[in-house]
Structure formats: C-alpha cells, structure tokens
Ligand binder design. Structure first.
Ligand code: BG6
Length: 491
C-alpha cells in the first residue's frame, strides 16, 4: 500500500518522443532526479508510435538532455542513472489491445500510476478509454493533460466529458505551465503573506493594472497548430487570464486547491463581456509583418514556412478588461501579448492611485503614483517604485522616483530558478492540485474568450499589421492612451 505522501510512481508518458516531452518533460524529470526528488523505485514508460526500443530511446534522450540542459547542470552519471528508469513501449494509441502491455509493466503493488498525455487533445478520450479497458486505472491514478483543452467552450466540454467518463475531477491535473513559474507562485505569497498589500489591493488604491507577456520568437515551425489557434486561444484564454485571476482574486481561506480555484472562478465569472460595440475601444488584434529580431531580418507571419498567405490569424492581442465586482469596479486591466515583439518579457504592473492631496511641485505631479512591478521573466523579481526627496541643498522638495528592488537571484542567492515543469511534475507526484486548472476555470475562460472571437468574426475586420520587432499595432498604444495612460515600457 502506497502512503499518501509517498511520491514513488510509475509515470506513463504518452507522446514521449514529441517536442514537449523532449524539450521540457524529460529535462524536468532529469532535474528532479538531480535534486534527489525522484523517489527510489519510480519508473517512466515512454510511449510513442515510433519503431525503436528502450536502448534507442535512452541513447536519444541522453543526447537530447545534453543539448537542452545547461552544461553546469548536466551530470552524465546522474543522467545515465536517470535513464535506467526509462523504458520504451511502442503503441498505437487507437489500438485497445496494445494497452495490455502497459498493464503488464505497472508495479501496482508499490507505485502510484501517473498518466501524462503529451499528445494532441483529440487523443485524450481515446487513451483514457483504452487505459480503462486494459484495467489500467484505479481511482488513485493521476492524469496530466496539456492545453489546449479545446478551441472553444463546446470542444473543451467534449474533451472534459471524455476525461470525466473515466476519471474524477480530483484525478485530473490540467497544466497551465505559467502556474508552475516561480514568480507566478510568488504572486500568492506577495498578496496573501503581506498585510501591507492586502489593505491596498482594490479600487480605492489601485488605478489600473497592466499585464504584458511578450515573446521575441515567431511561430517556430508551429504554423499548422498556431494558425488555427491564434494568440487569443494560445495565450489569453489560459496564461494571461490565469495571471489576471491571481492578481484579482479575493484571499482564499487556505492554500488548498479548491479554495484557490474557487476564488479564481469568481473572477472569471465577473469579467465584463466585451460586446460588439465595445470592440474598437477594448480589443486590438495584430499580425506581424517582416521586420527584425535581435538585429536580424525576420519574415512576416504570412511568409513563415508552411504559411497560408491569406491567413487572418492574430499574433498579437491587447485587451482592456473590466471586472464587475466591488474590489475592481472602475479599475481596468490592460493586457497584451504577442509574438515577434522586441524582447521576451512577462511583467505585471500595479499602478496605485496618487496621494489624495498633492502638495509638491505641480510639474512633478505625473510622478505621484506608486507602481509595483512584478517581473515574471526574465530577471525574476519585484520593484516598488516610490517617491523620495531628491538629495542636495539646491533640490528643495523636488521628488525623485526610485525602486525598492527585489531581484530573486541576487537577494536570495538562489542557485537556480526551477523550470515550471519541474515544479508541476513534482506537485503531480505529491498529488497536489493547487497549481492545476479545474474544469470550470477552463470553461469560464472559454465562455469569455469565445465572445470576443465571435465579435471579431462578425466584424470581418482583418488584424492590424505590425512590423516584427515592435510593440504591436499602434492601435494598442491608442487603446491605453485614450484613457490617459501608457504601457509601462513606453513611459
Ligand atoms: C505556450 C504557447 O503555452 O506558451 C506558446 O503555446 C508560447 O505559443 C509559450 O510560446 C510561452 O511560454 P514561456 O514559458 O516561454 O513564456
């Protein structure tokens, strides 16, 4: 009998030779092994459709680990010992008979079973049913699935229903890898461990919030997938709405998965619908054209390899989001995300309201808002912009804005910030769901996003162009300027 805190597991990894598994999951498992967090006796079954064998897969993984892991973190003997835990199973996921081999591999007397579906979501239901038929699931089995859970509300319900036929909600671990990022988890600590912020976190004290998730990369050979999704489905429906929820949610009564997720759902339910007449002021869609990235010329979205030249899929979205509740009434959240922006940068800026009565130099009045800058990546940390007196006899009471700065790597001398997948896999092994997304979160997020997509569709408006290497269409700057504000980097 396996005890509740025992993390010893059999991990069945479907899609083990795919990009996600090779680039993220095996490196994360290696890092857990390196940190001695992979329990003695834990094993991994790599499952895919490619004709190869265990020796071939181990060899391939060793090569891949060596490429992906930083040289100072790569220890060949740890990698080789880790790979001894990996076996390969050739399997056609549609063939129920093949699944009996999986049952034979399991060590159900000692190990909890974790099933990781790193496959297209259309396969989730098939795999779940075939596992059940093969007798390969108990009510303690944990199942990890990746986004996208559907491409709209209806299709997400189909996927969730198929999974729900075989597993209960408390067995399902839906990944949004942003929730595994160290700084994203830190939002919970920042907000609920510091009374300083608790009393300031509402419409009485905050004027607006900005969330930027910018990427320098383009589509990176993923045109086929991305063109059907677009930036709103790929990034807003999940990562950005999750960040918004963590900023906007009320304090949970404890750190349990359901307490946190209940509060996030309340935020999603309170998002104001963006109606057709609001679209022009609240939403900007963009698509990149040729430009530069890192000083090099890069093609436009429509010139990428495999591109459909007439595509109107967006690679940039900016939204003004309003939350209809007491805490956030009148406080817009400006959120934007795009590919081929000038740099990789994810940050949240909380703009506090100015002091109620301003007594300093009128020329400096624009400085009088404190800002809390939460840097998610790179250079993880936080800065609180506060006002002090400028030094020097000649300065009188001139003000100066300076940061109270907390850079995690310097302040805490952290050896390394673990990758999101290390944290998430570790939480699955412990059976802790608080960093995973519950079915109703996925569905409420789709409900809100679907309406925006439907409005786009009905308007027939193509996305606005922006040159690669810029901060998106000028309309995104106009959207925030109309409210007398500006995106933080532009200040
Ligand atoms: C993924 C998206 O979920 O997140 C990608 O599908 C995107 O398009 C990626 O590039 C960004 O993740 P990160 O961790 O690099 O910010």
């Amino acid at each position: 009998m396996v005890s509740k805190v025992d993390t010893r597991c059999d991990l069945m990894l479907f899609g083990a030779l795919g990009d996600l598994a090779q680039r993220k999951l095996f490196p994360a498992l290696y890092q857990l092994a390196r940190a001695n967090l992979l329990a003695e006796g834990s094993r991994i079954l790599a499952i895919a459709r490619t004709e190869t064998d265990t020796a071939g897969v181990r060899e391939q993984l060793l090569d891949r680990l060596q490429q992906v892991i930083r040289p100072d973190e790569f220890d060949r003997s740890v990698a080789e010992a880790f790979l001894q835990r990996v076996e390969y199973q050739l399997l056609d996921f549609n063939d129920p008979d093949g699944f009996s081999a999986l049952n034979n591999w399991r060590d159900s007397a000692h190990n909890e079973l974790i099933v990781y579906m790193a496959t297209p979501p259309a396969m989730y239901g098939v795999i779940a049913r075939n596992l059940r038929t093969a007798g390969c699931c108990t009510d303690r089995t944990r199942v990890v699935v990746e986004k996208p859970i559907g491409h709209d509300l209806e299709s997400s319900k189909v996927i969730n229903d198929e999974l729900g036929e075989v597993y209960r909600e408390n067995q399902l671990f839906r990944i949004d890898h942003y929730l595994g990022k160290e700084t994203v988890q830190n939002l919970i600590a920042l907000r609920f461990a510091n009374n300083l912020f608790a009393s300031q976190w509402d419409q009485n004290h905050i004027s607006h919030v900005e969330i930027t998730v910018a990427e320098a990369v383009g589509i990176e050979g993923r045109w086929g997938y991305f063109d059907k999704a677009g930036q709103i489905r790929d990034m807003i429906q999940n990562h950005l709405l999750q960040l918004l929820c963590l900023i906007a949610m009320d304090p949970p009564s404890d750190l349990s998965a359901d307490s946190i997720r209940d509060e996030k759902v309340k935020v999603l339910k309170a998002l104001r619908e963006i109606t057709p007449d609001m679209m022009e002021r609240y939403v900007v869609r963009g698509q990149y054209t040729a430009g530069t990235s890192g000083g090099q010329p890069v093609p436009g979205y429509l010139e990428e390899e495999g591109a459909n030249r007439g595509s109107e899929t967006e690679t940039f979205v900016a939204l003004k989001v309003e939350i209809d509740n007491w805490r956030w009434s009148g406080v817009p959240f400006y959120i934007r995300t795009g590919k081929r922006l000038p740099e990789k940068l994810s940050q949240i800026i909380i703009h506090f309201k100015p002091a109620p009565h301003y007594i300093f130099d009128p020329d400096q009045k624009h400085l009088a808002n404190n800002k809390l800058i939460i840097r998610l990546q790179p250079d993880e940390g936080m800065a609180l912009k506060i006002l002090t007196k400028d030094q020097g006899l000649d300065k009188g009471m001139r003000l100066r804005q300076g940061p109270l700065e907390l850079t995690f790597s310097e302040t805490f001398d952290a050896e390394r910030i673990p990758d999101a997948y290390e944290r998430l896999l570790w939480e699955v092994m412990k059976g802790n769901q608080y960093l995973f997304v519950r079915r109703d979160e996925v569905e409420h997020a789709w409900r809100w996003v679907d309406r925006v997509i439907r409005n786009w569709h009905d308007s027939g408006e193509p996305p606005k162009r922006y040159a690669a290497g810029t901060w998106g269409p000028v309309a995104s700057i106009a959207m925030i300027t109309r409210d007398g504000r500006s995106w933080y980097e532009d200040v």
